[in-house]
Design a protein around this ligand. Structure first.
Ligand SMILES: [Zn+2]
Length: 244
């Protein structure tokens, strides 16, 4: 079976064969796909550059019984600005690793793909702080994958006077209900940001701001929520933290 779809290359492995490349792609029509690109490392191969990490490309794929083969790859966008700065590149690689874990397989993944492309766009553009781009990508991917936090009122008593978030339960708590539990403090601005990312229409999800220190603290709450819920670590995230 042959199919054509747009995809972001989220992982590139050149340690196969002499000239082949093995890639993982986040495709619009089929979600996460693993495919081999024959001869991609030959200098004259036209599919080589379009199947590199962080390339957004139109792929023509043959679907075999067990794996996909890239027949043709045409680059649509290459995020050069991201590649040029180590902290941005590290964050972009973390987004790719995260999508590889959270995006669907053999199902359309239009929203996940748009989210990553938007994240890379803002990383390139440099108009949004890194903590903001990171928190939006993390939280929206989590929501899509079924880890939506409850960010309306206190999960213990139902009051709206909340000032903490439990990363293990994924709920808000007020000061009376959070005694002794695993709860991270959340400022009113942090709470507003949380609600914005979870509930805003897609086009607006990156459109908010917080003072830098408050934003960093909010970003840490989102990261703790993600790591606690997924119960694993990410090499790319650890590398990012070693830089910033
Ligand atoms: Zn309460």
């Amino acid at each position: 079976m042959k199919l054509t779809t747009d995809a972001l290359i989220i992982r590139e492995n050149n340690a196969v064969g002499e000239s082949d490349r093995f890639v993982t792609a986040l495709t619009r029509s089929n979600g996460i796909v693993q495919a081999s690109v024959r001869g991609a490392r030959n200098i004259k191969n036209r599919n080589g550059s379009a199947t590199q990490l962080l390339c957004y490309s139109r792929l023509s794929l043959y679907k075999g019984r067990e794996k996909y083969i890239v027949d043709d790859a045409e680059p649509l966008q290459v995020f050069f600005e991201v590649r040029g700065q180590l902290d941005k590149l590290a964050l972009a690689q973390y987004f790719c690793e995260l999508a590889g874990v959270l995006a669907p397989r053999e199902e359309e993944a239009e929203t996940e793909l748009r989210l990553l492309l938007n994240g890379l766009h803002y990383l390139s553009e440099g108009t949004r702080p890194l903590w903001l781009i990171k928190a939006v990508v993390e939280l929206r991917l989590l929501c899509r994958a079924g880890y939506m936090p409850a960010v309306e009122y206190c999960a213990g008593c139902g009051c709206v006077d909340v000032d903490g978030f439990s990363p293990s339960k994924g709920v808000l708590l007020c000061s009376r209900c959070s005694q002794g539990g695993d709860v991270l403090p959340l400022t009113p601005n942090g709470l507003a940001a949380f609600r914005h990312i979870v509930y805003a229409p897609f086009e607006k999800c990156f459109a908010f701001s917080l003072p830098e220190a408050e934003g960093q603290a909010f970003g840490n709450v989102v990261e703790r929520f993600l790591l606690t819920q997924l119960n694993r670590s990410f090499q790319t995230l650890e590398f990012y933290h070693s830089l910033v």
